[in-house]
Structures are given as C-alpha cells and as structure tokens.
Design a protein around this ligand. Structure first.
Ligand code: NAP
Length: 364
C-alpha cells in the first residue's frame, strides 16, 4: 500500500497537462503516493448531472488531501464555480497563497516573500445574488427602502456581502498560527473599513481582538486599507509579510502578488479547512493554451510542494523546490511565459513536459 493516497482532480483547459507534469515531478522526488483520480467540471455534467459529483467530495473527505488543476467556470450556463463549491462543501475556509521571488523568472522585483491568507467562505463570494428585475431583487429593494437604509435603483442587480465574527475570528487565528509556525514576523489585516463599516469594519474590529489574543506571540499586527495596500505592494513589496484579507480583496490582491513574482504561471495556492486541504495554483484553466503543451506547470508543482509539506514530506518538498529554483535560475528550458518575461520574446522556450523533464533532471 502506498504511504499516502491523494485525490487528484486534473481539471480542464491546461489542467490535465500541468497536473501530469506535477505528478511526474512528485514521483521523481521519490514520494510514495497513490493518486486517486476523479473528475469535476463541465465535462462530467452529462454523466453525473452535476459538475461536482458526490464521489469527488467523498474521495477528498476520505483522503483528507487533494491536489487539483484549474476548472473552467462556463459563463452564462447557470452553474456556479466548482472551485467555489468545493471550498464551501469542505469548509476550506483558509486560502493560502505564498508569493516569493524565484531568481530567473525575470520578475520585476527580487525580494518578495509574502503570504496571502484569504478568507474563503463568505463576502461577495457567498453566491447570494439577486438578478435585476427578479422578485427577490424587488423585495430586497423595498425592504432596504422601508428600513431607511438607502435607495437602490429599481433596475439593479444585487450581490450580498456577508462578513461574520466567527469566520473572521478563524481566518485571523489561522493567519497568526501560520505566522508562528513558519517563523513570520507580522500579520497585516487588509480591509476597507472606512467605507463598509458593518462588514469590513467588523472584519477589522475582530482582527484587532484576535491580535490581542496573540499579544505575547512576538508577531506584530497592523491593518491597512486595501487600495493603499495595492499601491504599497507595488512600491515596496519587500515590506509585507503575512496578509489576511476578506474573500474578494484576497482574490484580487493574490493576482497582484503573482504579478510581483513574475506572473500567474508560478503562483501556488492551498485551500485549507479543519478536516481537509485542497492544493491548486492561483491561475485558471487558460483555455487558449489547452492541449498545446505550452502552459507553465510551476504554479501546480509549487502547489504540490505545499501539499508535500502538509503531508509531512518536507524533504521531498525541499528537493522539488530546489530543482525548480535550479531550472529557473540556470536552465534555458523554460516555458513561453518565463522566456517572455526574461527576454521579451518567447523564442527558444520549451513546452510543459520538457520543462518538467528539466526539473526531474535537476533532482537526479
Ligand atoms: P487564467 O486561466 O488564469 O489565464 C489568464 C492568463 O494568465 C493566461 O491567458 C496567461 O496569460 C496567464 N496564465 C495563466 N495560467 C498560466 C500558466 N500555467 N502558464 C502560463 N501562463 C498562464 O484566467 P482566465 O482566462 O480569466 O480564466 C479561465 C477560466 O479559469 C475561467 O473559467 C475561470 O473561471 C477559471 N478559473 C479557475 C480557477 C480554479 O480552478 N481555481 C481559478 C481562476 C480562474 P498570457 O496569455 O498573457 O500568457
């Protein structure tokens, strides 16, 4: 029997190619893993009547750990994002997105080392929406007017932004616990509390209360307005450490942070709950590159590095990370996106699997 069984969801678009590259690299690192492969997304709709069949959730609940490729959310088909549903169903409340400079990527900065902790279960991502002209939207508009809370134009669509004390407490505690466990020095709560007093204001108040609980931990605490955060991230990315954010800001600032380190192709992520963890890159399914052996699998491979650490395979995680660093720093065999940031042209780049070959060679 393999030492670890991990649920593998290849996803769609570039997902199957980059997850294939990832499994090859992880296996070459000598880890004894059995991949329990299951599929989710639009392609399984016909077979199971849902993009997220029960057996996928059961597999993750049983194995406690999954790694996935990106899954497309078709526009205008009525089904909500499988990625969001997965996080909700498994209560994967913490989204962890480390952004650190790897020399050789051609990134604009050479000293980024920050971690984004994004709340994953509420905020405008809660999926509570009212279509323009619907009965629900009309009732809500009337209720808000009757309550004296404000006037909403009758031709408005409405999305609801819930932020709770309990979800804020657990995400901020997660950020502090992560900071302590990983030798970090500072946690910054990011918000727009000056404008949204009852949601972001609550987030900030609770974050401050939780910070009090950690007063003796040696971890510094500060808070920052989200727009100022974006500017400061671009001006002085080296000053940031652990950032904890509500869902939507976390989503946006994660992509900004990916830009600081050379792009989405190298930004890994993890969605973590009390029971299960699902690892996946920050980027999406990049449909225009699907099946072309072009996409950069680094983000997927670095997501596997996070997964290996999570399952206690620290040595293998370090081996894979070191090999990725070696190839990016020293090898000409890199994918189109890295070549483009390095040289301004994609000429001389290699494909997804050839790049994975280079990483495997670097581990030998
Ligand atoms: P995307 O798939 O992240 O791609 C946007 C651009 O980022 C690509 O065109 C490419 O830019 C670059 N990129 C992304 N991944 C890359 C990789 N591995 N290697 C090299 N370059 C990469 O964003 P999108 O086009 O907005 O989203 C496509 C679909 O993915 C949507 O249906 C969305 O809902 C879904 N999505 C899924 C997840 C998930 O599964 N967790 C997350 C986000 C989005 P260049 O063309 O400039 O090189």
């Amino acid at each position: 029997m393999a030492k670890h069984t991990v649920t593998l969801i290849p996803g769609d678009g570039i997902g199957p190619e980059i997850t294939h590259a990832m499994t090859r690299v992880v296996e070459a690192a000598g880890v004894d893993i059995e991949w329990e492969r299951v599929d989710a997304g639009a392609e399984v709709m016909d077979r199971y009547g849902t993009p997220l069949p029960d057996h996928v959730l059961e597999s993750i609940r049983r194995n406690k750990v999954a790694i996935k490729g990106p899954i497309t959310t078709p526009v205008g088909t009525g089904f909500r994002s499988v990625n969001v549903a997965l996080r909700k169903e498994l209560d994967l409340y913490a989204c962890l997105r480390p952004s650190f400079t790897i020399p050789g990527t051609g990134a604009r900065y050479d000293d980024v080392d920050l971690v984004i902790v994004r709340e994953n279960t509420e905020d405008l991502y809660a999926g509570i929406e009212f279509e323009e002209g619907s009965e629900g939207a009309k009732r809500l508009i009337e209720l808000i007017a009757a309550d004296g809370a404000g006037t909403i134009r009758p031709d408005s669509g409405i999305s609801v932004k819930p932020i709770s004390v309990s979800a804020t407490q657990r995400i901020v505690r997660f950020a502090f616990d992560y900071a302590i466990a990983n030798g970090r020095k500072k946690v910054t709560a990011v918000h727009k509390a000056n404008i949204m007093k009852h949601t972001d204001g609550l987030f900030l108040r609770v974050a401050r209360e939780v910070a009090e609980e950690y007063a003796g931990s040696g971890i510094e605490f500060e808070d920052y307005i989200v727009d100022a955060t974006c500017m400061q991230l671009v001006l002085h990315p080296e000053q940031w450490d652990v950032l904890v954010l509500p869902n939507l800001y976390g989503d946006i600032v994660s992509d900004l942070a990916a830009g600081l380190i050379g792009g989405l192709g190298i930004a890994p992520g993890a969605n973590i709950g009390d029971e299960c963890a699902v690892f996946e890159p920050v980027h999406g399914s990049a449909p225009k590159y699907a099946g072309k052996d072009m996409a950069n699998p680094t983000a997927e491979i670095l997501s596997a590095v996070l997964m290996l650490k999570h399952i206690g395979e620290r040595e293998a995680a370090e081996r894979v990370l070191a090999a990725v660093r070696t190839v990016l720093a020293e090898d000409v065999r890199v994918t189109y996106d890295i070549m483009r940031t390095r040289t301004g042209s994609t000429e001389g780049c290699v494909g997804t699997q050839a790049y994975a070959d280079a990483i495997i060679e670097a581990m030998a």
